[in-house]
Design a protein around this ligand. Structure first.
Ligand code: 4AD
Ligand code: MG
Length: 505
């Protein structure tokens, strides 16, 4: 019978058989230490000459990184090992010897890793991220299904734009122009009028030429839409939804979040009321005119800058110390260890130097933020640094938001939109709104946005036949993965990212 590493805790002291790949190997005269991965987890496996005999021991020596094997051995508890257990091998069967696997345990450049995404996915960090992504997806379904929402799919090939016409991927539909969907929302509105509470869960496409850490050209969006909801109810739902998903991942993915070095205390901050500020309040906070809990957005950035400079100095000193030790003469193992540490510190310094270059620009942009404009990525970063929890920004300037958002009563210059900004600088992960129900206002807005009204007639029908107040939101799945896993870049949040300049592999 085949077992999985994940199940080791249930088989302590027993002999089990696993099938997997070698992710690392160290040798001594009488022992070979393997790190094996089987998809379900990673574990150390020890092949000892005494246990397996000469022939099997020699065969184990042939194993290379990413060779595939079948191992039978005893499960022994060892707290120091990943997963808490190790395998004392009794029998070994080589399935395939891998030759010259391109990804080593050394640091590689991002382009190289992205080119080798099909193999990079086997690395520990990527494994941990994908497990978290899976847990997030399950938590999302769990949240909505247990609250009576019906999952309804929206089409991916569409005849019209939903979120503005500038970033549409155009394609051809039997000789007629068509677009890849930017959002399933308009269809979710129609299905909500049939089913009450619905959510879509599918890929969406944006042809933004944005080579940033938070933009993908193809990403998965979850769009709940609720009949008889206003924007306050929408915000309540966003809050409990976010709390549920984060708590589930923290509970189910302890090992993975640990491997990612994620500070769980930061994630647990979702267990408090999310602050809600209007867009114009947020603008004042951003410019440093208003403080939040005694924190000034501009001062926080200046402190971040000073801290980054200090960290660079400390890391520089550590590098020099290591270099001096190496120069003084040390054994090969120790030298490799110190050199690895140096390489890692250099990488960290590079990142910090980028932060030091960015912060002055961010401060400039934040101080001069004009009322009524959209936040840029850096503005969101600056803004979220003064809040502990995710923050909801609502009542947005009409002119920067989509045509379907409902105008604030008595103030047509603002609409009932809401963005959820994740803390620690991650920024927007959710965008939503209460929808306009007044057909005349909608027709005017469609015109103002220069959209072809005839293509929206079906959508206007929703306001002709039993129109009701309704609201909804869209969560960018990969934005959520990035925040929960604490990642610098979206390229690691999805198995095969499609982003500006990247369609392979
Ligand atoms: O804010 P957006 O554009 O809102 C909508 O599409 C609405 N129709 C949603 C709704 O009310 N049903 O996009 C929603 C979310 C963003 O908050 C962000 O998390 C994600 O989708 N998103 C992206 N994720 C990755 N790459 C991009 N280029 C993204 N653009 C938006
Ligand atoms: Mg948005």
């Amino acid at each position: 019978m085949q077992h999985s590493i994940r199940q080791f805790s249930k088989h302590e002291g027993e002999s089990v058989t696993i099938k997997g790949w070698i992710s690392n190997k160290r040798e001594s005269k009488t022992n070979i230490f393997l790190v094996v991965r089987d998809g379900s987890g990673f574990a150390q496996a020890i092949v000892s000459l005494d246990d397996v005999g000469e022939e099997q021991f020699e065969s184990a020596k042939r194993l290379t990184q990413e060779s595939s094997v079948e191992l039978t051995g005893k499960v022994i508890k060892d707290e120091r090992q990943i997963g808490g257990y190790e395998l004392h091998v009794e029998k070994l069967n080589i399935i395939h010897i891998s030759k010259d696997y391109p990804i080593s345990n050394k640091a590689h450049g991002v382009k190289f890793l992205a080119d080798n995404r099909h193999l990079w996915l086997r690395s520990r960090k990527q494994w941990a991220i994908m497990r978290c992504r899976n847990a997030i997806i399950m938590a999302i379904h769990d949240f909505f299904q247990s609250r009576g929402f019906v999952q309804m799919d929206s089409p991916l090939l569409t005849g019209s734009a939903c979120e503005g016409t500038t970033d549409l991927f155009e394609t051809e539909f039997f000789g007629k122009p068509a677009f890849l969907s930017q959002s399933g929302q308009l269809y979710a509105e129609a299905t909500a009028m049939a089913m009450g509470k619905v959510y879509t869960f599918g890929p969406t496409f944006r042809a933004e030429k944005s080579d940033t850490p938070r933009h993908l050209a193809e990403f998965w969006m979850i769009e709940p839409e609720m009949a008889f909801y206003n924007n306050e109810m929408n915000m309540d739902l966003i809050e409990s939804f976010t709390r549920h998903v984060v708590s589930q991942v923290v509970e189910k993915c302890q090992l993975e979040l640990n491997m990612l070095g994620r500070d769980i205390a930061m994630l647990e901050k979702v267990n408090q009321t999310f602050p809600r500020v209007t867009h114009s309040e947020a603008a004042k906070i951003l410019r440093g005119e208003v403080e939040v809990n005694g924190k000034n957005a501009i001062t926080v950035q200046e402190e971040d800058l000073a801290a980054a400079k200090k960290a660079i100095e400390e890391k520089q000193a550590k590098i020099e110390e290591n270099e001096a030790t190496i120069k003084g003469g040390v054994k090969k193992g120790k030298r490799n260890y110190l050199q690895n540490q140096i390489d890692q510190l250099k990488g960290e310094i590079k990142k910090l130097e980028e932060t030091c270059r960015n912060i002055p620009k961010w401060i400039e942009s934040a101080k001069n933020f004009p009322d009524g404009e959209d936040f840029g990525g850096s503005d969101e970063t600056v803004l979220t640094r003064v809040f502990d929890a995710p923050v909801m920004v609502y009542n947005w300037p009409t002119k920067i938001k989509a045509f379907y958002m409902k105008e604030v009563e008595g103030d047509p210059t603002h609409v009932k939109g809401v963005d959820l900004l994740a803390p620690e600088g991650y920024g927007e992960i959710v965008g939503g709104s209460e929808r306009e129900t007044d057909i005349d206002i909608l027709i005017r807005k469609i015109e103002e946005h220069e959209l072809p009204q005839e293509e929206f007639e079906w959508y206007l029908d929703l306001r002709r036949y039993g129109s009701v107040p309704h609201a909804g939101f869209g969560l960018g799945l990969e934005r959520m993965v990035r925040w929960i896993c604490g990642l610098d870049h979206m390229r690691e949040t999805i198995p095969f990212p499609r982003r500006y300049g990247r369609i392979l592999p």
